[in-house]
Ligand binder design. Structure first.
Ligand code: FAD
Length: 355
């Protein structure tokens, strides 16, 4: 088989690469071993333009917010699904300094922060909270499982996906192409999440694997038009009465599996804020492919020109992946530049040493 590209991985990065390559009429095959506990599958799919205790606008938010809304809607209709909804975040500050930070952003006319469009009475019927509540708008929630599985179904129907592990030892480089088993390609694109940090070609990149856990809880009657945020605890409606509750950000962990400790702490926190009964149904864990500088790795290897990477999305994969997948495809096809803050060429020396 001869193709333009081999994509390793069908998480959110591989899915968006597939979408943009289809639109460029390129030939490709995706190699992805199905796994429901990948970062993309356990993600809550939240796209939020404001972050942190200092209440700052996230990197590229002004460009990304309109872009993701348009692109997820377009891709969802292409893959015959519905995957993105606007669900603004209601923030419940836990201390006066956070409340003050929000109030001063409103005074500074930060266009993403406003007073809630839901009554305090309604909120008091759901939650215990001591301070003012703020609304971040717009925020979106992508149903990641829906989005990934509709793309996977499409790729399988078109014979564009091989459901197996990619074995790097099977790569052999030729002058202007690369051979992988019986497949000849112009390039291989690594979109395999944390597994790239073990690749012999990419392991020198400053990856940090950041573990995140979440509980899935059944809660009857909580208004699912909004997302609710209490410190590290975020409640996101997955479907009627089912809520994603998370998450942790763990840099030191003994196991990649869900832990009893997280379950107990999160359940206790939920009991302290929620006035309604709930039942824990599932417990998920995965590793985010994060980076030391909190910027992605996008572009071609400085030595092995036949391989490229789309990775390092950290906790922002749902918004960064479509943008940088498009940028990478335009770079590979038309030599368009990649944002220097994301271009993997910034690690050119590191990746070239001792080869
Ligand atoms: C608990 C949690 C909550 C999160 N919440 C959010 C959120 O609300 N918003 C947000 O924007 N981001 C969120 N993230 C981060 C986001 O999920 C990641 O940034 C993103 O999913 C990374 O996507 P990826 O495609 O790079 O990697 P992955 O999702 O890990 O996908 C890689 C794919 O490659 C496959 N693969 C790997 N190695 C091989 C191999 N050798 N052969 C074949 N297949 C292979 C894997 O099976 C997988 O399908 C969250 C992450 C976690 C863990």
């Amino acid at each position: 088989m001869t193709v333009d590209y081999i994509i390793i991985g069908q998480g959110v990065c591989g899915t968006w690469l597939s979408y943009y390559l289809l639109h460029e009429n390129k030939t490709f095959v995706v190699i992805d071993k199905e796994d429901l506990q990948t970062a993309s599958n356990v993600s809550s799919g939240l796209i939020n333009p404001v972050t942190g205790r200092r209440v700052v606008t996230t990197w590229m938010a002004d460009k990304l917010m309109p872009f993701v809304w348009q692109e997820y809607n377009a891709a969802s209709s292409f893959f015959n699904t519905q995957s993105i909804n606007q669900k603004n975040v209601l923030v419940f500050p836990s201390a006066p300094d956070l409340q003050n930070a929000f109030q001063s952003r409103i005074k500074q006319q930060n266009s993403y922060i406003q007073s809630p469009g839901i009554t305090k009475e309604e909120l008091h019927s759901y939650f215990y909270f001591p301070f003012d509540v703020f609304e971040i708008a717009p925020c979106y929630v992508v149903s990641m499982h829906e989005f990934l599985s509709s793309c996977r179904k499409f790729l399988l129907q078109q014979n564009l996906l091989i459901n197996e592990m990619f074995d790097e030892n099977e790569i052999s480089f030729q002058d202007d192409f690369v051979q992988y088993k019986n497949i000849q390609a112009k390039k291989i694109i690594y979109a395999n999440g944390i597994q790239s940090s073990f690749s012999m070609y990419w392991m020198k990149l400053p990856f940090i694997n950041n573990k995140g856990q979440a509980l899935i809880a059944e809660i009857d009657g909580l208004n699912s038009n909004y997302t609710y945020k209490f410190g590290h605890l975020t409640l996101i409606a997955l479907q009627t009465n089912f809520w994603w509750i998370g998450s942790s950000n763990e840099l030191n962990f003994q196991t990649t599996e869900p832990t009893e400790d997280f379950k107990q702490t999160t359940t206790t926190s939920l009991q302290s804020i929620l006035k309604m009964p709930f039942a824990i149904k599932e417990h998920w864990a995965s590793l985010r492919p994060a980076t030391v500088e909190r910027r992605p790795f996008v572009g071609t290897h400085p030595v092995y020109k036949q391989i490229a990477i789309l990775n390092g999305m950290g906790s922002k994969g749902c918004s960064l992946a479509p943008w940088f997948a498009k940028e990478l495809v335009k770079h590979l096809e038309y030599k368009n530049p990649i944002d220097p803050l994301a271009d993997v060429q910034r690690f050119s020396k590191m990746l070239s040493d001792n080869i």
